[in-house]
Design a protein around this ligand. Structure first.
Ligand code: ADP
Length: 322
């Protein structure tokens, strides 16, 4: 079966590079005589019929822009079959034969529900959290990592000058990828992530005090938002050590900004691959980076995969913080 019309949407949390993926989908489609409709506001727009035909020019000048020009949304309604039926009717009206979903694992689950009802889907991993188990890389992660790292560097400068402890909370929802990797790259004394249990005395206070005893006068603690306790940890550090401790929650700044070269490249390659797959008549696939190659696996299998352990990286971080 040769596909003639597809839809593309971005869903869940926005991530830098989503636009680059969108551009790649539209332009690869054009190369194969496939018409692409951009669907506004993720699954919400699918239910509401917010479809717009995209041309090569509609996606001009967006490669370097953060966010997503077709907007994104979280759609509670899409979890309800009644609304998915409505979305399917909308797809029929526009002649959509397959859907490219650019988003995180929540969006993958939405796509899985939709494909079970008969829509062909391909999903592209895009989330700054980098927490999709089936892929070694998610679009947006590198840019977020660099944004947070540059903030950590700045906060370390001021912590050094005032001889303080800087406690920095980075994003990641329930995942600790930004925290562990920026903790290592930013030279944190301690890193706290939701995937690994921590002991306040052993894992936070001890490295700070050992550093003090070696003559270190400033300290940096990186905490993933998923730990959920950053302000309290900060207060407890100050009370326990007697060292002035300041808390910075980086927040949404990590979601914006022009995508890095890596994000643009990954997005371009993954968007291209998604449409190549559809053009070959293969459906219901998740695009992944595996052993540095862009490959595809079944969406259902992708959602069953387990996350890699953080033990190795945490051990490394502790040794290097010495
Ligand atoms: P992300 O895709 O970034 O992980 P969310 O988890 O918010 O973001 O998911 C985006 C959207 O995908 C949700 O608003 C919802 O419409 C859909 N979705 C999420 N989880 C499910 C699920 N378990 N079943 C069906 N649809 C889901």
């Amino acid at each position: 079966m040769s596909i003639k019309t597809i839809g593309v949407l971005t869903s869940g949390g926005d991530a830098p590079g989503m636009n680059a993926a969108l551009r790649a989908v539209v332009r690869t489609g054009i190369a194969h005589d496939i018409t692409t409709y951009g669907i506004n506001r993720g699954y919400e727009g699918l239910i509401n019929g917010e479809f717009e035909k995209l041309t090569a020019r509609s996606v001009s000048g967006i490669l370097q822009r953060g966010g997503t020009i077709i907007r994104t949304a979280r759609s509670e309604r899409f979890r309800d079959k009644k609304f998915r039926d409505r979305a399917m009717e909308m797809c029929k009206v526009f002649g959509i034969e397959a859907l490219v979903v650019i988003g995180g694992d929540g969006s993958y689950r939405g796509a899985l529900d939709f494909l079970k009802e008969g829509m062909n889907c391909v999903v592209i991993p895009a989330t700054i959290d980098n927490d999709i188990s089936s892929t070694e890389y998610c679009i947006g992660y590198d840019t977020a990592l660099n944004t947070a790292l540059s903030a950590i560097d700045k906060l370390r400068d001021t912590a050094y000058s005032h001889e303080r402890v800087a406690v920095i909370e980075v994003m990641g929802r329930h995942a600790g990828y930004i925290a562990i990797n920026d903790g290592i790259a930013g030279g944190a004394d301690a890193i706290v992530i939701p995937e690994l249990k921590y002991n306040f005395q052993q894992d936070i206070i001890k490295p700070i005090m050992e550093g003090r005893n070696r003559g270190k006068r400033d300290h940096c603690i990186v905490i993933a938002e998923g730990v959920g306790d950053t302000a309290k940890i900060c207060k407890d550090i100050e009370e326990t050590t007697g060292i002035r401790t300041v808390c910075t929650i980086l927040g949404y700044i990590q979601r914006g900004g022009s995508p890095s070269a890596r994000d643009r490249l990954m997005a371009s390659k993954m968007g291209f691959k998604a449409v190549e797959i559809l053009n070959e008549g293969r459906f219901n696939k998740a695009i992944c980076l595996k052993d540095n190659k862009i490959v595809d696996i079944d969406i259902e299998e992708a959602l069953r995969m387990e996350k890699a352990s953080f033990d190795y990286d945490m051990n490394l971080a502790k040794i290097l913080a010495m």
